[in-house]
Design a protein around this ligand. Sequence first.
Ligand SMILES: [Fe+2]
Length: 221
Amino acid sequence: MAVDLSFREPQLGTDYWVEDNVLPNALEIAQRCIANSTWTLGSPWRPEPWPGMRAPHALTDDELSQIEHCVKKGLGVSSLKPQSPADMGISGHNHIQICGGSEGVARPHVDSASMCDYAAVLYLHPSPPTTHCGTSFYRLHLPGEEPGGNACPRTYESLSQVPGLPAQMDPTMFEEILEVPYVFNRLLAYKSDLIHSASSYFGWEHELASKRMAVVFFWKV
Ligand SMILES: [Fe+2]
């Protein structure tokens, strides 16, 4: 069965936006987030689609408005609607997410169209062991077939709803087409109908501060 995914080459300034040194107090925010004492666990400990652990209210209102100002400027829109508190339980707008190297792998996906048009990540680890742990964009590429699409029609909430795709995705079904490296205090915003994932995770199980750390955001326009 033909898979209903179109392909569009991700373009900087059209499909994704990168802003470095985005917050003046990023180190302070990283330290504040690490000191958080209450976490919700994701996979591999609980059956959640997201790996590692996370906590809400990563940024203050003022810090969040700086991020939103930057994203609105990049997108050329006058307002952004953050995920509602009801949605937050599912996807986690303004959550800090921490995930170690043994706790997750790249899992290409799209974000729910009913909850967001745009997503963003703010990388907060000041000294990542590699830059190959940011965000990657993918296209479908099934074994023995021509490379496929990378944009999920908005009528589907997830890739598993797309006719022709199985309920369980395997990372080997996808080909990486673009990698945005992990750089401390970098904000990456992107259209969330494009297939994407964290490129990889890092850090030791016993040391929270060693792990990949990012704040995640979801908006509708
Ligand atoms: Fe996502």
